[in-house]
Design a protein around this ligand. Structure first.
Ligand code: C2G
Length: 130
């Protein structure tokens, strides 16, 4: 059976850690769907405006060869609705979210992939600033 993989993220100031995560997620199935956090969701999660607005972040993710479809993620609590809507078989998240989405296991496989060490959007912003 062909498997659909779904993952979520802000993907602000896109970097190689994001790319590694998306490429590894894509390899777990035949198609990869990505929920990109809205600006409003990012503000509620991280307390700051993303550098790149949601429309631009969506376009960057959409342009990647490993990604099949992109939509805007409006709320962390709507994961089950998105999984059902896109008929996802596997939810992939970075291991910074380890355990947080285990409650979805009755509906899909939940896989946490190790983060790429030593790179993050926050660290890139800090490096540019100083
Ligand atoms: N990531 C990674 N390695 C890094 C940095 C990020 O593997 N060095 C992964 C994260 O674990 C996440 C994805 O890249 O799976 C996107 O990262 P963020 O944009 O920081 O995602 P976040 O804002 O945590 O949003 O519904 C869940 C959220 O929308 C996740």
């Amino acid at each position: 059976m062909k498997k659909t993989v779904i993952t979520f993220g802000t993907f602000d100031v896109f970097h190689v850690g994001h790319l590694n995560l998306l490429e590894r997620a894509a390899k777990l199935g035949e198609s990869l769907i990505v929920g990109v956090s809205t600006d409003a969701l990012n503000i509620s999660k991280k307390g700051r405006h993303p550098i790149y607005p949601e429309g631009e972040r969506v376009r960057l993710i959409q342009a990647l060869r490993c990604v099949d479809e992109v939509f805007l993620e409006h709320s962390l609590e709507q994961k089950l609705e998105y999984i059902r809507e896109y008929r996802a078989d596997i939810l992939v998240m970075g291991d910074d979210w380890g355990g947080r989405f285990d409650w979805l296991m009755p509906w899909c496989e939940v896989i946490y992939l190790p983060r790429t060490p030593s790179i993050s959007t926050t660290e890139v912003i800090e490096r540019i600033r100083t």
